[in-house]
Design a protein around this ligand. Structure first.
Ligand code: NOJ
Length: 747
């Protein structure tokens, strides 16, 4: 007791001395410019403390292999010693406050920690998976979803999200296609910028730092197998993979994450070309770079670095900075500096970037700014947030087929709802559901959504969580169908099969589900398939048994409500695919912006010897940019304001779109180009613009796109934009496979 009192007295007298002598260090003076504060703090830091800023430590659940965990006590000691700069996987006001208190009040210089977390599609209010969200082709909506995720995450102690993921994905075998915006670099770039702005806002207390990941070209893992080799040339990297990352950097992204893969046979974390030449020099990135989970350490597994010191030197020399969970920076940098292998100036430059962000978001002035219990109580999982999630869900659902207008459903129709997935809370939620844990944050199932909509529904499981059916399950489903006017069958794959480490060699509808579809078809009832999945699945076997196909993806908290809204026509679907849906697995990768071949088709003069499969079509089952509405749209009067484009000038492409159906609807009007002859071969089509318009029945609207040389240009291997004189095909339409075209002469 005496001891405590003595400590308290000492503490009080220390406070008095401190304020009397007025010795507030310059770096703690909020009136001074950030650069001055950073310089002062750096001048006080030991090399060990500087290396500590490059050390990111896991505090909670593991989101990678747990090889290096020293235990909670040891981590607290590291924080006290100033050897931790940031943490991941610690959430909540109380939890972050405990650790921040140790950093701020018990470490020598009191440098606050940054708390980071994977807030991928919402924090507690979960939004559609990013791939689905991109299908709305609505960057403003993507921005709003990210802003709400930031508001909730920041109210629970976090400063930093490891999102948006912006890897171009052409291979649905890869589980992580769910996290990105699909196969197109132009759309990907727009959405990247929107998500960054949504998360970061103006760096206020309701915002979080965004992380553009995974830098770079992670989406090109061979054969879609997770963590696999990547073999992409610079020309392809610049034109296909780098544009979204670049757009995100230009939108002001504060941080980027290294990817696990290699680029040009050098691990991305240690890749000087990517990190220093492209990111820092060419794009002028001034922010922070964080490794992926142990991606520094994995440079050894790649066979690129020999030991921890070699790793630290190689990644540091490449320009990388923060080490997530390998601990090579904190353990090796001091020694490397002492040996003269890393200069203090270079170390200061890296650490200054991290400190600058901490100053910029006000952490030195109020380290507990995100530890406010009132905000935590009021800003999370609110009705307004759920409402936006529902709206985003409606706009993410893609109507792939609707024969004889079987949809929308009429309210009096008797519905048989078949399929385990329609009643599962788990399987339409994961992957990456941040802090939205069951049961408090369970999503609305399709079964519940239909019930809340007042539908007359009988449910039959049809198949189980392991995609197995039995005679009894089939009989029950058929009996339910026999009593119904229409049958809804929720097929697809569990969300648990989407995401990191969820590669599938056969992204297809499981056999048992096909069997159920066949049995239901025999009842003669109209069959509507609702497909939930985190990736485009091969639907070729299922399609003939379905009158309608509604691709519902994984929509988050409001999943079932959004699905019911679309089924009953309370929202007329408007989404369009952002990845091509393969006809068969053997066709993968299949994407719309492929190169022309030397023998593209029978009209090329080579007769029957052309680039094709003998057993399946070349075309995907559903093309990029495709999606139906409950109304129909006609495209007419496509024209260019001039057939010639000169440098520095613009040409306008204009088209008229008419709603030729009976209900109001929205259409996503797409602009594509094709550079017919260039110094490098160019894709057969490239998206270069889109607009979403709303039309009443019978209404027409003109849509125009401005075209200039910059829009038509492409990157060479050095990352320079170029465009040679020649013919460019300009096309518009509602899907990449159905376009009106005209020729434009450049110069
Ligand atoms: C590994 C994943 O690749 C990355 O996307 C994620 O942000 C980190 N783990 C942290 O959880």
């Amino acid at each position: 007791m005496k001891k405590v009192a003595a400590f308290f007295l000492f503490y009080l007298s220390a406070q008095v001395t401190f304020s009397q002598s007025n010795t507030t260090p310059a770096y703690k003076n909020s009136k001074l410019p950030v650069a001055t504060r950073v310089a002062h703090l750096l001048s006080l830091m030991t090399v060990e403390e500087k290396a500590g800023q490059l050390n990111q430590v896991n505090g909670g659940a593991f989101t990678g292999p747990a090889a290096n965990d020293p235990g909670q006590q040891a981590k607290m000691k590291m924080i006290q010693a100033g050897k931790v700069g940031s943490m991941l996987n610690v959430t909540g006001v109380a939890e972050t406050k405990v650790l921040q208190t140790i950093a701020v009040e018990q470490s020598r210089l009191g440098i606050p920690l940054l708390f980071a977390y994977d807030v991928i599609h919402g924090y507690k209010t979960i939004f559609p998976i990013p791939l689905a969200d991109a299908c709305a082709w609505d960057p403003e909506l993507s921005r709003q979803a990210a802003a709400i995720a930031a508001k909730e995450a920041s109210a629970e102690g976090l400063h930093w999200t490891f999102a948006p993921m912006m890897d171009i994905s052409r291979d649905p075998r890869w589980g992580r296609v769910m996290e990105g915006a699909g196969e197109d670099p132009f759309l990907g770039a727009q959405i990247a910028a929107a998500r960054v702005k949504g998360f970061q806002g103006n760096f206020g207390e309701e915002n979080v730092l965004a992380t553009v990941k995974h830098f770079a070209v992670y989406g090109a893992v061979e054969a879609g197998r997770e963590y696999n080799h990547v073999n992409v040339d610079r020309y392809t990297a610049w034109n296909v993979h780098l544009p979204p990352y670049k757009a995100a950097v230009q939108a002001g992204a504060a941080t980027l994450m290294n990817s696990f893969n290699v680029f040009e046979a050098v691990p991305a974390s240690a890749n000087k070309y990517l990190v220093t030449d492209v990111l820092k020099k060419q794009w002028g990135f001034k922010g922070i770079l964080v490794s992926d989970w142990n991606s520094f350490g994995e440079t050894m597994t790649h066979g690129y670095a020999a030991d921890s010191a070699d790793v630290a030197l190689k990644v540091f020399d490449a320009g990388s900075m923060i080490d997530m969970e390998t601990r090579v920076m904190v353990s090796q940098i001091p020694g490397l500096v002492k040996k003269g292998k890393i200069s203090m100036q270079a170390l200061n430059e890296a650490v200054a970037r991290i400190l600058s962000i901490k100053f910029k978001i006000g952490l030195f002035d109020d380290p507990y700014r995100n530890c406010n219990p009132e905000r935590q109580a009021q800003h999370v999982f609110t009705p307004a947030h759920r409402e936006l999630s529902r709206k985003a869900g409606q706009r993410s659902i893609v109507l792939l087929k609707n024969n004889e207008q079987v949809l929308p459903l009429q309210s009096q129709q008797k519905i048989a709802l078949v399929g385990y997935l329609a009643a599962s809370t788990d399987d339409v939620f994961d992957f990456w559901v941040a802090a939205a844990k069951a049961p408090a944050y369970n999503p609305v199932t399709v079964q519940e959504g239909l019930k809340h909509a007042g539908a007359n529904v009988v449910f039959a499981k049809g198949f189980d969580e392991n995609n197995r059916t039995t005679q009894a399950l089939t009989a029950e489903a058929v009996a339910a169908a026999a009593q119904a006017d229409v049958v809804l069958v929720n097929i697809g794959l569990s969300g648990k099969l989407a995401g990191e480490d969820r590669s599938l060699a056969q992204p297809e509808i499981p056999d048992a589900q096909i069997e159920i579809l066949k049995a239901l078809r025999q009842t003669g009832k109209k069959i509507v398939a609702l497909v939930s999945a985190g990736r485009p699945l091969v639907l070729t076997k299922a399609e003939p048994y379905c009158d309608a196909i509604v691709y519902t993806w994984i929509l988050g908290t409001e999943h079932g409500h959004a699905v019911a809204d679309v089924l009953f026509g309370r929202y007329n679907p408007s989404a369009k695919t952002v990845m091509s849906f393969p006809y068969a697995v053997g066709q993968i990768p299949v994407y719309y912006n492929h190169m022309n071949t030397s023998r593209p088709d029978p009209t090329d003069g080579m007769g029957n010897w052309y680039s094709r499969y003998r057993d399946i079509p070349n075309e995907p089952l559903y093309a990029f940019g495709y999606g139906l509405s409950y109304t129909s749209f006609a495209y007419s009067q496509f024209s260019l304001s001039s057939q010639q484009l000169k440098k520095g000038q613009q040409v306008k492409a204009t088209v008229t779109i008419t709603n030729t159906g009976k209900v109001a609807g929205e259409e996503i009007v797409q602009l594509y180009i094709r550079d017919m002859v260039a110094n490098r071969i160019r894709p057969v089509a490239e998206l270069k613009g889109f607009q979403k318009i709303a039309l009443q029945p019978g209404e027409s609207k003109k849509v125009s796109f401005a075209i200039d040389a910059a829009l038509l240009s492409y990157y060479n291997e050095l990352g320079q934009l170029q465009l040679e004189p020649g013919e460019i095909k300009i096309s518009v339409g509602g899907s990449s496979d159905k376009l009106l075209s005209a020729m434009l002469q450049y110069e």
